[in-house]
Design a protein. Structure first.
Length: 185
């Protein structure tokens, strides 16, 4: 009996839905045009000296590009890093470093890789498009481990990377020393 009631209820719902669809379809003129509208609400904003701009979700392919860029750093592949960077790349490091140009970046990385053996372990990334800018951003967080004079140093980094035409054009690195977990109370 329970199965019959369930079957009857499903039949009634299905027939109601079909009737409603049939009524809407019947009321449309033969030359009616169906238009899909995509609503892209801002995901946030960016304030600069020029004012406030809306921020929207960016192209997900930027996330793959940034992951490959970090992977190339982990593999010490300077040629791949250079090929994924604009010639005029600009980098602002966490200790006041400013590196301008793909060649200067390769030289910096070569020495840094040799002396510090950095290794990134990304834990989040988000891509965004800022209204009025020609390019998009990836904001990414990574745990970083360094070996300095035999001692392992751990840090957390947030990177803001500007992506344009499928290449990294600039990035900012913010860093803090990794801290121990807060003990439970």
């Amino acid at each position: 009996m329970r199965n019959l009631l369930l079957l009857f209820a499903l039949s009634l719902l299905t027939s109601c839905n079909n009737t409603a669809v049939q009524k809407v379809a019947a009321s449309m003129s033969p030359d009616a045009e169906i238009v899909e509208v995509e609503v892209n609400n801002p995901a946030g904003y960016l304030s600069t000296a020029d004012g406030r701009s809306d921020v929207y979700d960016g192209d997900p392919s930027n996330l793959k590009l940034w992951d490959e860029y970090i992977d190339a750093h982990n593999k010490r592949d300077l040629a791949k890093i250079a090929s994924m960077s604009h010639d005029s790349i600009a980098i602002w490091g966490p200790r006041g470093e400013y590196i301008k140009g793909a060649q200067a970046h390769s030289e910096f990385l070569s020495e840094w890789f040799e002396n510090n053996n950095p290794k990134w372990d990304p834990y989040f990334s988000y891509t965004m498009e800022v209204e009025g800018q020609d390019g998009q951003w990836v904001i990414s967080g990574s745990d970083l481990s360094l070996e300095v004079e035999g001692e392992v140093i751990n840090a957390s980094q947030i990177m803001d990377a500007f992506i344009k035409d499928g290449k990294v054009g600039a990035f900012y690195v913010y860093e803090r020393a990794a801290t121990l977990p807060v003990p439970a109370e």
